[in-house]
Structure formats: C-alpha cells, structure tokens
Design a protein around this ligand. Structure first.
Ligand code: MGD
Ligand code: MGD
Ligand code: MO
Length: 774
C-alpha cells in the first residue's frame, strides 16, 4: 500500500478555513477588486499599474494566464481577475535569492506547502545543489551550463535525458529547445500537454485531421446559435471567455452547460466592463444545465447522436426537413453507416446509469440542438482527463459532423487550451511523437538526421525515472513533481536521478525535490523586458484559436542575472553540441528574428513569419477543416467513429473523485487559500460531496476524513493511496461524485490510470473512499 501523507507540508492545520454558501454568479466588481488586491500586494501600486494596461494589447505582453484569444480590438483593460493574479505572481517584489537559500535548507523547504514555496518570490541567480548537500549555493552561468553540458555529453545514450516543457514557453524558446534535444538525438520531449489536451489532440487528429480547435472568437461572439460548454469551468480558468459568451447571449445564442458541478461562472456573469454587470443582475449564461456524472459524457453524446438519428428518420418519414446534414455527410465524411448502426443500439438504461440524467433531460437538450443552425462545443479538462477521454471527444466530433457543424461560421470544435502558449509549443515541435514531415523539414533546415523513434511522454518519463532509465531531467518551466500523478512515486524517482535542471521564474516543489545534483536556472518572465546583445527582443505565442502574435515584456527584470529562456537554451546547446555543430546558436540568441526565420521554413503556415507577426493582432494559422472543409485524415474525409462505452462502475461505499482547480490557483501555483465561487475561504484541504451521498456513507458536513484511493494492484489485490485530513463540504455535485483540489490530491492518482490513446492521467475519475482518520 502506498500511504503518503502530505500532512507534513501543512505546517499549520488549516485553522482559518471557513465555508459559506457557493455563489451563483461570477466576476463583477468584487472580481476586479480581488485581482487588483493581489497585484498591489505583490507588485506594489506603481509597478502594478504599469503592468496591467499592457496585458494582451498590441505591443504589450501576452497574459501569462490562460490561452483564451484576445478580441480583435481589446478593451482598454483586456485582463481578468485571474490574469491579474498571474501577472502579480510574476511582478512580485519578493526574492528567493542566495540569502534565502543560505537560510533555508532543502530538507526544510520540502516541508513547505506549495502556497508558501510560491510566495518566496522570484529566483534571482543560478543555484546548484551539490551531491549530498542540503543547501543550494550560487554558481555562475558558465559553471552551471558547463555542468549540464558535461552530463549530457557523458550519457551512454541520448535517451537517458528527458526535456520537459510547460506551456508558458515562447515559440522561439520552444523551437530551439526541441532542436537541441533532437540534435542530441532524442525525442524525449514530454510536456504539460500530455496531462492536458493530449486527448483532444489525439481525437481531433483521428477525426478531423488536425489536433487543434476549428473555431475563431468571432464564431462564438457573432455566429453560433448554440454553444455547449462541457467539462470546463471558464469563470475561474478562462474568465475572458465569459465576455465572449455574454456577447453571444446578447445576440440570442443559447448556452448549455454540462458539468457535475454547478459552476458559478456558467450561471450568471457580472461583466465588470459593463454597467449592468457592475450594478445590475448581470447576464444569465447557461439556458440549460445538465448535471452529468463524472465520465458520463461519452454515454451522453452517444444518446444525443442516437436521438438525432431517430429524429432524422421521423422527419424524413413525415416528409419534413431532415435533421442531419446529409449532403455534408455524403461529401465530406467517412464511416457514417457503421457509426449509425452502433448508435441504434445505444441503451437508455446504460446511459441513465452513466450520466445520472433522465432520458427526458437529454431529449430536451436534443431539442436545443435541432433548433440551432450553428453549434460550437467548448471543452477542457472535464473531458480530457478520463479513461475514455479520446473516445468521448471523438463522439463529440461525430455529434458536430451529423449536422455539418465543422467548417462554417459559428460552428465547430473548441478545445479551450490551458497554458498561454501550450498550443504554440506543440506547433514548434515540442512533442515526443513528431510527425515525419516535421522531422524532414527540420533535417533539411539544419542539415542533420533527427531521431525518428518516439520519445517519452509525461507518464513514460515518470516510469523511466522510477526505473532508473534517465540520468538527466531538464525542465523549461512548470512544476513536474507537483503536476504529475502519483506524487509518492514521482517524488521518490526524481530524487534518484543524477541531475535535474529547472529553468524557472519562481521557486516550486520540483526544486526542493532535487535530483542527486540539481540546478535551478532563473529566467525572465513574460512581463519583463528582454534586452540581449543591446537589442530589445520580442517573442511570439499562439493562442487557443491558432492566432500567432507577439509578446513584449515591459517591466524591469527581477534581477540583473536573469536570462531569457531562448538565451539560456542557445547557450546550453552551443556547449553541448560543441564547435563542430553548424547551428548559429549565438546569432539565434542575439536576435530571435533569426529563429523565426528558421521557423518560417520548417513549420507550415509560418511563411513570411517576421512580417506577418508584426501586423496588429498577428496572423491566423491555416486549419484545413475550418478554412475549406478539407480533412487531412487517413481517409481524406472527416471520420465518424464507433466508440464502445464502458460504464464506470464505482463499488458500493465508494465515490468517484475529480481533482480540480480552485479560484485562487494557477495549476500548482497557489495564489491564495480561497475558492470564492464555491464558498471556501482560508483553506484547500477540503472535499466536496453531495449531501445524500454523505448520508449513505455515514459521514457529515464539516467532518475531517482521509481520502483513500483504490486501484487494482498488479498482484490481484488493491493498491491504496492516502491523502490525510480533508474537511467534508456538503455540496450540490452530481450523485456519487466528489471533488478536491490538485496538486494536493495528485498523491491519489495511480500512475497507470490514464486515458486510452493519449496516456493522459485520468485525474478526473479516481475511485476513493472516505475514512475517519486513525
Ligand atoms: N486561473 C486559472 N486559470 C487557468 C488555470 C488555473 O489553474 N487557474 N489552468 C490553466 C490550464 S493549464 C488549463 S488546462 C485550464 C483548465 O481549465 P478547466 O478544465 O476548466 O479546469 P478544471 O479546474 O480542471 O475544471 C474542470 C471542469 O470540468 C468539470 N468536469 C470534471 N469532470 C467532468 C466530466 O466527467 N464531465 C463533465 N461534463 N465535466 C467534468 C469540473 O466540474 C470542472 O468544472 O485552465 C487554464 N487556466
Ligand atoms: N490531479 C491533477 N493534476 C493535474 C491537472 C489536474 O487537473 N488534476 N492538470 C494538469 C494540467 S492541465 C497541466 S497543464 C499541468 C501543469 O503542469 P506544469 O505546467 O508543469 O505546472 P505549472 O503549475 O503551470 O508550473 C508552474 C511553474 O512554472 C514556472 N514558470 C512560470 N512562468 C514561467 C516562465 O515564464 N518561464 C519559466 N521557465 N518558468 C515559468 C514557475 O516556476 C512555476 O512554479 O498539471 C496537470 N496536473
Ligand atoms: Mo493544462
């Protein structure tokens, strides 16, 4: 049994925890005040005011928060409460400098909570932990980078190194990073996407031929008749999306929310940039709320597709207008007959069991669908982090295809991406499974033979670490130790690797669970001015809707020793690959336009990059299904799929747990201890359970319990993982389902519990039991 108590990290029990009623509206003035209070507290009033007006403006910087696109003409302040917090976190005046590391041994820092670690402030100079030492000590950039280069050059095989990326990295840094890894000879390029929208990318590539969303912002604001928001909590995670949904509502669009939790942001939006949002009632967003059970969406969309098929039969028999778009299906799709045959066997009882919904509720949703000419489905982690995630998203695509909802205004698939440049990083080749054409273009541009074998994704990287197959683990951004599943396994594995290297802005858990030797290399953040070789540099990013644009930091860097990610990686590459390597690494670092020049020849859609990205708002990458109803799939058509439903059966006395974000965190960065919309203040060790389930299980609101996950062990027994000391909150979630925050609950997610086809940790459906603490 794996019993990991991370109680040790909660230095003080959460004495300040207070629970109030959940809210039924999002944002408004309290949101802005809350966001600004974070900025001023961290950055100071002057620095804060200088920063905010530049967020997401042409010639400003890309918000380091989420990947939601900027409107063509941004409002004067196109930032949101949570964007403000992300900026504050980076613009903070606090410093985790050499004096800080001299004062706090690593063994002490390892007991701090993620919240406290993050609040230590910005990293200021390169720090090294020597083998056996309990402190980090300052080192020069030369010493640090030579050390990494020596270790990489000394490997028996390049596959003994893994290069992780978190999705804040710019296009330029991502491009040089993957080039370095591939020149070294490995495709071990795991990234946060593996834990995020990998399931979307996999499903969309199979069905539409491209792993990206097919809608633009205007499709939502100006054209869609029905917008389905499934498995997503935009009020917290993509607050600017609420403005777009409000615009859609103003024109008469309908919104359907599908979620086990009644998220405040999906109910009412009080837009702080509008009078009625400030003093009035705000805008009611969702017209219909389907409170689906966790992992019930595959069954739900199969039922919807069956009902659409039957409605089409009826309409045609009665001589009415067909419900399905038969012309589109005939001309542009493949596999319809097989899928239709499968839908006709969809069983109502299975659907009701899996979804927890009444058939009549599903029929009412189908009426919305039939009434809408143009439909968009938006989704995020509620669909991607389940065992049948890929199948579910394929089924969503079938739903869209049935009525021709791809490749025309106001219609399409909208996976709402997480990190601000996670989509761009993948476009730049951060991928453990690069395509042949990409590698061919890279080979031609840089005159070398890139490795063709697939590398490790995140879960495989953890396995390789665990099994001693990696000797260097390097990360550009992110917090691998905290973001990955099965914390006990990952943390133990990371401590054994000979060298860990983290290029980061702020201190986090991954730095205090170091490898035998460990380097922390501090870099500039998005908000900061990047001057290199006497030239002010700009970087580029790609948003959730394939718009590529520039980002230019304006604040003075947190320390004089900081370097940009691109500069660090070019310098490292030069040292690793030696003088015999012909890549102009120094020129790349001195002028990122040189990197963009190479990108323009390697990555399709980036032709004439430098000129086009200088246009206000940047440019949109090609997307054949969206632009021309061309589907670059194996069949050359959009593919319908047959997906076998496995109803998740939760044993008696157990709950299905999802691990979610609170309103005061960005992934593993914990800004504060509140989750305002869900009524939580001053603590994070809470578990939301439905009152009827509590009664059945013999527990009560306010009790403290351990969460114990149960997983079929290899030897036929049950593996147990435990997270201690969670306060129960009676909450109106779907029946049989619970929710708690990550990263605290990552200890409960078994490493092998992943989505079929994408290997994404299934961190939204973990079987648990509640147990009175011993
Ligand atoms: N402020 C802030 N912004 C962020 C982030 C952050 O941490 N903080 N993170 C960024 C990143 S990297 C990402 S990926 C996105 C994440 O954005 P979200 O996906 O919105 O984030 P989660 O908190 O994981 O919320 C998942 C939502 O899906 C619902 N859900 C869970 N399981 C199911 C299911 O089986 N079916 C359905 N229908 N719904 C389900 C949950 O109840 C919840 O509303 O946000 C990005 N933006
Ligand atoms: N249980 C559970 N686990 C999850 C999820 C879940 O829903 N449930 N969600 C998953 C998802 S969707 C994601 S995307 C991952 C996130 O995984 P990661 O991307 O690895 O984690 P973050 O918390 O976003 O990384 C934060 C750290 O990035 C560094 N950083 C911030 N800005 C910069 C920058 O500009 N440059 C550099 N070099 N470093 C910077 C800081 O040091 C900060 O501490 O977590 C995944 N893990
Ligand atoms: Mo994400």
């Amino acid at each position: 049994m794996t019993d990991v108590s991370d109680e040790a990290r909660t230095e003080a029990p959460e004495k300040g925890l207070r629970i109030g009623p959940p809210k039924n509206s999002a944002a408004g003035v309290p949101g802005v005040v809350h966001g600004l209070s974070h900025v001023f507290a961290e950055a100071g009033v002057g620095r804060g005011l200088r920063t905010l007006p530049l967020v997401n403006q042409h010639r400003g910087f890309d918000c380091p928060g989420c990947a939601w696109p900027e409107p063509g003409k941004p409002h004067l302040a196109e930032f949101c409460e949570n964007g403000a917090k992300a900026v504050a976190e980076e613009a903070t005046r606090k410093r985790a400098d050499a004096a800080f590391f001299a004062e706090h041994p690593i063994s002490e820092l390892a007991t701090w909570t993620d919240h406290r670690l993050g609040k230590s402030g910005r990293l200021t100079e390169p720090m090294l932990r020597d083998e056996g030492a309990d402190h980090y000590r300052p080192v020069s950039w030369d010493e640090a980078l030579d050390l990494v280069a020596a270790e990489l050059r000394g490997l028996d095989s390049p596959d003994q190194a893994a290069f992780y990326t978190s999705g804040r990295t710019s296009n330029e840094a991502a491009f040089v990073y993957q080039l370095l890894a591939r020149k070294l000879g490995t495709n071990n390029l795991p990234d946060c996407s593996n834990m995020c929208h990998e399931s979307s990318g996999t499903a969309l590539t199979e069905t539409l031929g491209i792993g990206k969303g097919s809608v633009s912002l205007a499709d939502i604001t100006d054209h869609a008749d029905l917008i389905v928001v499934v498995g997503q909590n935009p009020g917290t995670n993509h607050p600017r999306m609420l403005t777009a949904l409000e615009e859609a509502k103003d024109r008469g669009a309908r919104i359907v929310a599908i979620n086990p939790l009644p998220e405040a942001g999906l109910q009412t939006f009080k837009n702080p940039q509008r009078v009625r949002g400030v003093v009035g009632q705000g805008t009611k967003l969702a017209d219909r709320f389907l409170q689906v059970r966790l992992a019930g969406d595959l069954a739900l969309f199969q039922a919807v597709n069956r009902l659409l098929l039957e409605a089409d039969d009826d309409a045609r028999t009665a001589g009415h207008k067909p419900v399905l778009d038969h012309d589109f299906i005939a001309e542009h799709t493949s596999g319809f007959a097989e899928a239709a045959a499968a839908w006709r066997t969809v069983n109502q009882a299975d659907v009701e069991l899996a979804t927890g919904l009444d058939w009549a509720e599903i029929e009412a949703f189908v009426d919305d669908v039939k009434a809408a000419d143009n439909i968009i489905v938006c989704w995020a982690m509620g669909l991607t982090q389940h065992k049948q995630a890929v199948a579910t998203i394929r089924e969503v695509v079938s739903f869209l295809l049935l009525r021709g909802n791809v490749g025309r205004p106001g219609a399409g698939a909208c996976p709402v991406r997480g990190h601000s440049n996670v989509q761009g990083d993948r476009t730049m080749g951060i991928w453990e499974r690069p395509t042949g054409p990409f590698l061919d273009a890279l080979a031609a541009e840089f005159d070398f033979e890139p490795p063709r074998a697939h590398g490790y994704d995140v879960v495989d990287t953890v396995r390789a670490l665990r099994d001693g197959r990696l000797r260097v683990f390097m990360a550009v951004g992110g917090n691998f130790a905290a973001a990955t599943p099965d914390s006990a396994v990952t943390e133990a594995a990371l401590r054994e690797v000979p060298l860990t290297v983290h290029v980061s802005t702020k201190l986090n858990r991954s730095h205090v669970l170091p490898g035998r030797r460990s380097l922390v290399l501090p870099c500039l953040g998005r908000t900061e001015r990047d001057v290199h070789a006497g030239r002010e540099q700009v970087v580029t990013v790609e948003d959730s809707m394939s718009v590529v644009h520039t980002s230019r930091g304006r604040l003075a860097p947190a320390s004089d020793s900081l370097r940009s990610e691109t500069a660090i990686l070019c310098d490292l590459a030069r040292r690793v690959l030696g003088p015999e390597d012909a890549t102009p690494w120094e020129e790349f670092a001195d002028d990122y336009a040189r990197v963009r020049d190479s990108i323009s020849r390697v990555v399709p859609g980036f032709e004439d990059f430098e000129r086009r990205v200088a246009e206000p708002g940047g440019f949109v990458l090609p997307h054949p299904p969206r632009d021309a109803r061309l589907f670059p799939t194996s069949t050359g058509k959009a593919n319908f799929t047959v997906n076998k439903l496995e109803v998740v059966r939760v044993p008696e006395g157990r709950l299905l747990l999802q691990t979610v974000r609170s309103h005061d965190q960005f992934n593993t960065t914990v800004y504060g201890l509140d989750d305002r919309y869900r009524g939580v203040k001053g603590g994070r060790r809470v578990v939301f359970v439905r009152p009827e389930d509590l009664t059945d299980l013999g527990f009560a609101d306010g009790e403290t319990v351990d969460l114990v996950s149960e997983w079929p062990g290899r030897d036929g027994g049950t593996e147990e993982r435990r997270a201690r000391g969670f306060r129960i909150i009676a909450f109106p979630t779907a029946r049989g389902c619970a929710a708690a925050y990550f990263p605290e609950t990552n200890v409960l997610v078994p490493l092998d519990h992943t989505a079929e086809g994408s290997n994404t940790p299934a961190s939204k459906s973990v079987v648990i039991r509640l147990e009175a603490p011993k």
